[in-house]
Write a protein that binds this ligand. Structure first.
Ligand code: ATP
Length: 902
């Protein structure tokens, strides 16, 4: 390939671009809005159509073939093989019902996540009607003139008209090192993707600024051509799902072993017929396989995702909901997250005095020679733009500086020749500007990054005076004072170029031997709602660390205003952090309570995230700049800002805050905790059924058949599928328990299914339900004059009583289940404190269970199929108190737990 590459040809660039613009019927000023609308109708929206949408047959098939379903198929096969066809049919219907249910739930979950894309629309900056505007990226059309700046995702294929940028092409080429692209570089005879004057949809601008004319959109872009979109990103399994899948498997394995081991024991030891032993084994298997668990979890997570989105936190993975719940450290930046990002210059300090730009008489008192150069620099070295309606738009700092420029003094209009863009590592930006015959470099940025590059300061008479050590110390003191008051301070400097001096080609050349013109202090008030959110995080045991690019004292002042710091925080600057080794950083993070990282670079964020994670913490990290992406990826939850953040940050993040607000983050943590709690609730609820499902078979087997089977396999199946799922789903929507944000975060590796939960489910409530239901069973039999060993088969006098007894057993289990559902609603709190009727869906679920039970015992066709019989009123009365007994027993347990841990 290299042999075919001709060296870059520096042809007159405008010539071919003019031809391209002509072909595209556009100009350097872009299209008119009307023309763009017409083209949009013609070429269609700029988006990639997803092929291969017909995923559902495969998805449906998967529900029948996943391992737990296969186990059920095996059970059905076994039942069929030994000649109990009705049971085989019943098991198959369970498989079908379960598959349908799981399928619907998975689709539901998928749609919930897909719908989120609409919350974070991609935008593009274009010239329309000669005005720079921000439009929805789907509205881009060929001929549009795009403005690309650092952090933008490029949304169409375009040829550069002006400027130079760095581009991350990894989406197209897999190569993640940024490459430079510039309008002047003309590559001929190279593959299109390597051409250095073209930029492509799907790639990302990591530095610089350029304009480009769009020549292809939507499916006609390289991305549209290359991407095989039929292959969708496989949703990764969350740790929670993985854990539950493992446990489900374990339980299924144990059931198979138990079943297989019991057949010989039952036949040889208890003298059971082989047929009865197989029935027993099948019952054990079907009763225990928690086949419905995983889809319910997926759905519960999806509901969590939707709930978060409604609160302004859009997450991209289901598992984020779970991680959010265990977050114990939040690393937040300051600007825009803790503060409003609405900046206003409130003081200007010059060698000739201090003035408030909003006070005209004060600024008039400043020396005119000094002030005009300062205001010109402020105006020139800013990327804020004025809209047709006269509003300033752009970066908040730039907007504040531009707005103040005009009020400070007379601004000389300039034409920008070159720009060295702002980035958060250099913490400054500079422009080379021409006005008539004179050219000057204008610089603005963090004082620490500007003052060392200044050799002089402009005196009130308009002449530069050397910057002495005393004056520098004086300025530093002033900067500290302003920062202590919570202001963001910027230094403004310039350097006029003599007629013969060449235009500097690099930032270091431009940003040297500067003359300091003044310092501007900007106020950015804290958001009103942050203080309360900080308190919530504190009580929830979540530590907040501020990592900001701003001055440490400014950050400390803001952090104090919102309550993040109370005492004197330890402030570590980016430079100090760079000198620290990993051990020192670990120690610092471990031992220091109130910490602020100031003047931090994006790499610093990455290091801090890594160190915290290595220390076992679950870290949420905010970021908005293009180079925050690695830190956002490395944190457990990377959080980008929906409004002010760059596209790159948004893409690297797991969660996007649509309102850029820290308070939303606190709410998201609460929502995450709630979702996780609810998942545990229904896992507990589903597990609690295992004991009542298995115990009747054990009684039957261990009695050697002297006790008739208390629960037939078809009834067990009816219980398993018919009555279990709806309340489980309802528990997934349970409200947050009181005090959810008053307890410490869940440890990182805490298992979702833990010993105490299993004891409570299997041995406490499970055994209680089983004993109650079996008690009902025996009560009915004994009342009919049954003695152990009496025959109860069809045709015997006791057969009707037996049918009633198994119906009572079933009804008793359902009643116990209702009690369990109420008990599952809270782990520690009293039911009274959460309101017995506060979950309407659960009440509906229970109503459904009751209706089904009524049908099973009184509806003749079902009686025929399931072998049940109508209950006498006293039997109903016997079962009625069961829910209260079960729930009451757990209420007492919770009361005891609360007392113990008070
Ligand atoms: P945070 O990291 O909390 O969002 P920040 O906005 O101060 O804080 P950066 O955007 O990295 O972080 O900015 C770092 C510093 O660079 C600022 O404190 C300021 O001094 C300077 N700065 C910010 N924006 C500009 C700009 N547009 N032009 C020149 N200097 C800027």
């Amino acid at each position: 390939m290299p042999s075919t590459v001709r060296p870059t040809e520096q042809v007159r660039p405008t010539e071919h671009l003019d031809l391209l613009l002509r072909d595209l019927r556009s100009s350097r000023d872009g299209l008119s809005a009307r023309e763009a609308r017409r083209r949009l109708v013609h070429v269609g929206p700029n988006m990639l159509r997803r092929r291969g949408r017909r995923q559902w047959p495969r998805q449906l098939l998967r529900q029948f073939t996943h391992p737990l379903a296969l186990l059920l198929w095996a059970a059905a096969g076994l039942a069929f093989a030994v000649g109990i066809a009705p049971i085989a049919v019943a098991i198959v219907s369970v498989i079908v019902l379960n598959a349908a249910f799981a399928f619907v739930q998975e689709r539901h979950a998928e749609h919930a996540v897909e719908a989120l894309a609409a919350f974070i629309p991609l935008r593009a900056k274009v010239f329309r009607d000669r005005q720079r505007q921000s439009i929805d990226a789907t509205e881009l059309v060929p001929g549009d003139v795009l403005v690309v700046t650092e952090g933008d995702r490029i949304s169409a294929d375009a040829r550069l008209l002006d400027g130079d940028i760095e581009v991350d092409m990894s989406a197209l080429t897999g190569e993640s090192a940024p490459v430079s692209r510039a309008a002047e570089l003309l590559d001929i005879d190279v593959p299109l993707l390597q051409a250095r004057d073209v930029i492509f949809s799907g790639t990302v601008c990591t530095g610089g600024e350029a304009t480009a004319v769009v020549y292809a959109t939507g499916m006609r872009t390289e991305l549209g051509r290359i991407a095989s979109l039929s292959e969708r990103v496989r949703p990764e399994e969350s740790p929670l799902e993985r854990q539950v899948r493992r446990v489900a498997w374990l339980i299924a394995g144990i059931s198979v072993l138990l079943g297989a081991a019991f057949i010989p024991i039952a036949v040889l030891g208890a003298g059971l017929s082989f047929l009865n032993a197989v029935i027993f084994a099948v019952g054990l298997l079907v009763g225990n396989v928690p086949e419905g668990l995983l889809p319910v979890i997926t759905l519960a997570l999806a509901i969590g995702v939707r709930r978060l989105a409604q609160r302004g936190a859009v997450v991209k993975r289901l598992s984020a909901v779970e991680t959010l719940g265990s977050t114990d450290v939040i690393c937040t930046d300051k600007t825009g997250t803790l503060t409003e990002n609405r900046m206003r210059v409130t003081a200007i300090d010059t060698s000739g005095g201090t003035a408030d730009p909003s006070d005209e008489s004060a600024t008039a008192a400043l020396a005119p020679a000094l002030v005009s150069r300062l205001s010109t620099a402020m105006n020139a070295c800013s990327n804020a733009h004025r809209t047709t309606s006269g509003d300033l738009i752009g970066d908040a700092t730039d907007v504040a500086v531009s707005a103040a420029a005009a009020t400070v003094g007379a601004v000389t209009e300039v034409t920008r020749v070159r720009q060295f863009t702002f980035d958060s590592v250099r913490k400054r930006m500079s422009t080379v500007d021409r006005s008539g015959v004179s050219t000057a470099i204008h610089v603005k940025g963090a004082p620490e990054s500007i003052l060392p590059r200044c050799t002089a300061e402009l005196a009130p008479d308009g002449r530069p005076t050397p910057l002495t050590a005393e004056r520098r110390a004086e300025l530093e003191k002033l900067i500290d004072d302003r920062a202590d008051a919570g202001f963001r301070v910027l230094a403004i400097a310039d350097r006029p170029l003599s007629e013969f001096e060449p235009i500097p080609g690099t930032a270091p050349e431009a940003e040297s031997a500067l003359t300091l013109l003044g310092l501007v202090s900007i106020v950015d008030p804290p958001r009103a709602e942050v203080a309360e959110a900080v308190t919530r995080c504190r009580t929830a045991g979540i530590r907040i660390i501020v990592i900001t690019g701003d001055h440490g004292r400014t950050a400390a002042a803001v952090a104090r205003q919102v309550g993040i710091v109370r005492a004197e925080p330890v402030i570590v600057t980016g430079a100090e952090l760079d000198r620290m080794n990993e051990d020192a950083l670990d120690r610092l993070l471990d031992t220091t309570g109130e910490l602020i990282f100031a003047r931090a670079s994006p790499e610093a964020k990455l290091r801090i995230a890594d160190a915290l994670r290595a220390g076992g913490h679950v870290v949420a990290m905010t970021g908005d700049g293009a180079n925050d992406a690695p830190a956002l990826r490395s944190a457990d939850i990377g959080i980008a800002m929906g409004r002010s953040g760059t596209d790159v940050a948004r893409e690297a993040s797991t969660m996007v805050l649509t309102d850029d607000n820290f308070a939303t983050l606190a709410a998201a943590v609460a929502a995450g905790r709630r979702s996780y709690d609810n998942i545990r609730k229904f896992i507990f609820y589903i597990f609690a059924h295992a004991t009542p499902e298995v115990l009747p078979f054990l009684v039957f087997a261990l009695s050697g058949g002297t006790v008739p089977l208390p629960l037939t396999v078809p009834l067990l199946l009816a219980f398993d599928v018919g009555t279990e799922t709806l309340p489980a789903l309802a528990l997934g929507r349970e409200r947050a328990e009181p005090g959810i944000m008053r307890r410490p975060p869940r440890p990182r590796h805490e298992a979702v299914i833990r010993g105490p939960m299993l004891v409570r489910a299997w041995l406490f409530l499970g055994v209680l339900c089983a004993v109650l239901a079996l008690g009902g069973f025996f009560a009915v039999l004994l009342a009919a004059g049954w003695h152990p060993g009496d025959a109860t088969d069809a045709g015997t006098p006791l057969h009707h009583a037996y049918r009633q007894a198994i119906t009572v057993m079933f009804a008793g289990m359902v009643a116990g289940q209702i009690g369990t559902a109420f008990a599952a609603r809270t782990d520690r709190a009293a039911l009274r404190s959460i309101g017995a009727f506060s979950n309407p869906m659960l009440l509906w679920g229970i109503a459904f269970e009751l209706v089904l039970t009524a049908f099973i015992s009184y509806f003749p066709p079902l009686q025929y199929v399931l072998g049940t019989a109508a209950l006498a009123p006293w039997m109903v009365a016997l079962v009625l108190p069961f829910p209260v007994v079960v729930w009451g027993a757990d209420e007492l347990r919770r009361w005891a737990v609360r007392r113990r841990t008070l």
